[in-house]
Design a binder for this molecule. Structure first.
Ligand SMILES: Nc1nc2c(c(=O)[nH]1)N[C@H]1C(S)=C(S)[C@@H](COP(=O)(O)OP(=O)(O)OC[C@H]3O[C@@H](n4cnc5c(=O)[nH]c(N)nc54)[C@H](O)[C@@H]3O)O[C@H]1N2
Ligand SMILES: Nc1nc2c(c(=O)[nH]1)N[C@H]1C(S)=C(S)[C@@H](COP(=O)(O)OP(=O)(O)OC[C@H]3O[C@@H](n4cnc5c(=O)[nH]c(N)nc54)[C@H](O)[C@@H]3O)O[C@H]1N2
Ligand SMILES: [Mo]
Length: 757
């Protein structure tokens, strides 16, 4: 890592260079020091996201058929280096520390203990995790699960595991007798799975990577590429160079959107002139997007009326439904209200409307800023309303592009990780596997947590994730978690959820994607689906962190084998012995999506599983693309309440979800600690607060539950008045489980009502 990079300085307090450039090399080098990667990690990075290499285990951004020499970003490199650490967290570590003691450690310190090496069983008498054998673990877990009512057991998946493991996991749940299959997607893009599907009939984005070469306008809404999907900065930069207009809609002026120096370009690295990216930046209020997008659309309608030739009438006549009803509503919505709710001026919205009206091909890119609201589905609807006006869905260079979080989160849904029984081909499952899949709806993340809090959840199996920390209301959840009779975690590193053992509890350590998985003398590939519905094979070449690790696939197969009655149609161990066998099953269950799976997955750029909406086939209720009236203009549903702030909980540049790599949020110029709130200087003055003062936030939710987080440092920040921002997961105790997107239950992590105590 270190040879070809500049010397680093530990004391980087404020970062004011562009995103990328040496700053990111520095960020990587800092993580490389902390992660202590083993030898060969660099070699893995070189093949990252290229055909025949390892697909990044960080985000789900597309992998181009003609990759750059370096097709990984700062944060993808961090994720890989972190996985390939030379630190080990073995049985001795657990003999030295009780669970009660470890529970007081920070997230960061737990992670720093390194990779888990042995299967562990919780021993209540000594309050320690003790080494066990795989045979013992599987036998006891199987027995434990057989003693429980399957309908009260949850199998959670965090979007990282490949298609092979995910498919087996969903099948295992159904064969066992439940579809309580929450996925990290339930806290993330479930709003897309439900909201986008309602309006265009597709639960996933309609763009492919090439579309970014052909658009002349990009609306970049509530998504922070500099930190969360840095490889998206390449197409943004290329687009900007072509003269494409990039409009950012975000309460924070995120560095990655303002400018970007491409680390691939030596000229920019040395001369340091970043390409200007967002030539329009709408600093919307949290939850102001429905109003902002409606304001932009209102101006487009006005231009059509005044000069004509703006709307795509042919498209609207043939493909859209509900236009008139929606226009009536837009006409009845006045500018004052749109300005108030969005926090933008009419002129700003009209300016973007005018650009939109003359743009040939427009892409709407969005992330958690749009999805994590009470009316998140309506916000997606508002974006689609705007796109439909000029036929910007289903043609080259145009469409709707949700940026998915985990590297295979979209793929997990594709192969059956879903609590909704009708999203899988049950007939085929019955015929192929001689089974009866449950037909009643299972638990998603929110309904699982509700069940947990009400004492109805008895067993939890987690395929990755740190769920007890990632959900809302974490303080309430922590108490309930330990009351479950059985908890099992398939994991790579220790995290806080593991330190809330159920009455019987196991940690099962698994391989990471960068590691070899030898079965029958063959290194097994896995596969993943990216944000553009392209499927890629991925292979790991590193020596496993410990000889005791098993692949996720094998762990699931052996648990299933130990839990279920024998069924000749379900030879779990045989399947796990060769991933090609599992891919053949996936192809048999989903023949349209996975035709020639085995041969096509290694082609450069992956293979495309197609998208009906992209072909202008609308699988909606009306059979057409749907205009929608939102239930509320304010996506938070909070309205104006005296003393109530809307809190956005975000990721720093130095974390992957609850995995905290360090204390630096370099791109925002914030260093040193994570217990903070960003606040507008005007709001600080009005509340009589000084910079750096420590404050307490309390809940202003109307469910009557007291919530508080203390010791938060106030940082004066360029953020709209009435809005606050801080970090996930530290602020999750303030997030009420009762507030989620009305259509999909996705927790409203960007519109948490709080007061200053
Ligand atoms: N390095 C790294 N990469 C990651 C992750 C990580 O933690 N670290 N996590 C992965 C996962 S699982 C996910 S889901 C993605 C998440 O990636 P993002 O979707 O980028 O998620 P966030 O960082 O939560 O915040 C998104 C942005 O929304 C803005 N925002 C907040 N509220 C609003 C609002 O009301 N309106 C608008 N317009 N904007 C708003 C915030 O200012 C922020 O810039 O990243 C993935 N990639
Ligand atoms: N307030 C607030 N809350 C949020 C969000 C927010 O923006 N604000 N975002 C939400 C979103 S979008 C998401 S996706 C969730 C994510 O929340 P998390 O549950 O934190 O997601 P992960 O990154 O999957 O979990 C990390 C853990 O997974 C395990 N792990 C890592 N790699 C592997 C692997 O290869 N295999 C296995 N089996 N385990 C592995 C490690 O033990 C690690 O500790 O949080 C949600 N919660
Ligand atoms: Mo996510």
């Amino acid at each position: 890592m270190s040879d070809d990079q500049p010397k680093t300085d530990d004391r980087v307090f404020s970062y004011d260079g562009p995103v990328g450039g040496w700053g990111s090399a520095k960020g990587m080098a800092q993580v490389a020091r902390a992660a202590k990667p083993g030898p060969g990690a660099l070699e893995t990075l070189r093949g990252q996201n290229k055909a025949g290499g390892m697909m990044c285990a960080s985000c789900a951004w597309g992998k181009p058929p003609n990759p750059h020499v370096v097709e990984f970003c700062e944060n993808g490199a961090k994720a890989t280096l972190w996985d390939l650490t030379s630190e080990r967290c073995g049985p001795d570590f657990f003999l030295d520390h009780t669970v009660a003691e470890l529970a007081t450690w920070s997230e960061y310190d737990l992670e720093m203990a390194g990779r888990l090496t042995h299967p562990l069983r919780y021993d209540a008498s000594s309050d320690r995790y003790l080494e066990t054998t795989w045979d013992e673990a599987f036998a006891e877990i199987g027995q434990g699960l057989r003693a429980l009512d399957p309908k009260t057991v949850t199998f959670y998946a965090s979007g990282k595991a490949g298609l092979e493991a995910s498919f087996l996991y969903g099948l295992y749940a159904r064969a066992y007798g439940h579809v309580n299959l929450p996925d990290s997607s339930n806290m993330c893009h479930e709003t897309t799975s439900v909201g986008l599907k309602t309006v265009v009939g597709s639960p996933v984005g309609t763009c492919v990577l090439e579309d970014f070469d052909h658009c002349d306008m990009i609306l970049q809404i509530g998504q922070n590429p500099g930190t969360n999907s840095p490889r998206l900065l390449h197409p943004l930069q290329q687009a900007a160079k072509r003269g494409c207009c990039i409009v950012a809609i975000n309460p924070l002026r995120e560095k990655g959107l303002l400018e970007f120096a491409n680390p691939q370009s030596p000229w920019q690295m040395t001369v340091g002139a970043p390409t200007e990216i967002a030539d329009r930046y709408l600093q919307v209020r949290a939850g102001g997007d429905i109003a902002a997008l409606t304001g932009i659309a209102k101006h487009v309608l006005a231009l059509e009326r005044s000069r004509g030739g703006v709307l795509d009438h042919d498209f609207l006549n043939r493909h859209a439904h509900g236009l008139q009803d929606w226009m009536d509503w837009v006409d009845a919505t006045d500018w004052t209200e749109l300005e108030q709710v969005s926090g933008l001026t009419r002129a700003a919205m009209e300016g973007i409307g005018a650009i939109y009206a003359r743009s040939r091909a427009v892409i709407g890119v969005y992330g958690m800023g749009l999805t994590q609201h009470v009316h998140g589905s309506d916000a997606i609807g508002a974006l689609v309303n705007l796109l439909l006006l000029r036929g910007n869905i289903g043609r080259k260079g145009a469409g709707c592009s949700p940026v998915r979080g985990h590297s295979n989160v979209q793929g997990q849904r594709t192969v059956g990780i879903t609590e909704k029984p009708d999203l899988v081909p049950n007939d085929r499952l019955r015929a192929l596997f001689d089974m009866q899949p449950p037909m009643e709806e299972g638990w998603n993340t929110t309904t699982f947590v509700e069940a947990l809090l009400e004492g109805r959840a008895t067993g939890f199996v987690g395929l990755g994730g740190n769920l007890a920390r990632a959900v809302p209301d974490t303080d309430r959840v922590a108490d309930a978690w330990r009351s479950m009779p059985l908890t099992v975690h398939v994991a790579t590193r220790l995290n806080r959820t593991h330190l809330m053992p159920g009455q019987a509890s196991w940690i099962l350590p698994c391989l990471v994607r960068a590691e070899q998985d030898m079965q029958g003398g063959v290194n097994q590939q896995v596969s993943v689906e990216d944000s553009f519905s392209h499927i890629h094979g991925s292979i790991g070449n590193r020596t496993p962190a410990s000889p005791h690790l098993l692949s996720e696939t094998e762990i699931i197969a052996r648990m299933a084998d130990a839990t279920l009655d024998p069924n000749p149609k379900m030879p779990w161990r045989h399947w796990a012995g060769d991933h090609a066998r599992i891919r053949a099953l996936i192809e048999a269950v989903y023949p349209d999506d996975f035709r020639d799976f085995e041969t096509r997955m290694n082609q450069p750029g992956g293979f495309y599983r197609d998208n009906a909406a992209r072909n202008r086939v609308w699988k909606t209720e009306s059979g057409r693309a749907q205009f929608t009236r939102p239930a509320d203009l304010d996506a938070t549903g909070l309205g104006a309440q005296k003393g109530v702030y809307r809190l956005m909980t975000l990721r720093s540049n130095d974390q992957f979800n609850t995995t905290v790599y360090g204390m630096s949020d370099r791109l925002r110029g914030i260093e040193g600690d994570r217990m903070l709130v960003m606040m507008s200087p005007d709001d600080m003055a009005a509340a009589g607060l000084a910079a750096e003062q420590r404050i307490t936030l309390t809940s202003a939710a109307e469910d009557g539950i007291a919530r508080r987080v203390q010791g938060l440092r106030v940082i004066p920040y360029d953020i709209p008045r009435g809005c606050l921002a801080g970090y996930f997961p530290e602020l999750n105790p303030l997030s009420p489980l009762s507030r989620g997107d009305l259509a999909s239950d996705t927790p409203a992590s960007k519109g948490i009502p709080v007061r200053l105590a």
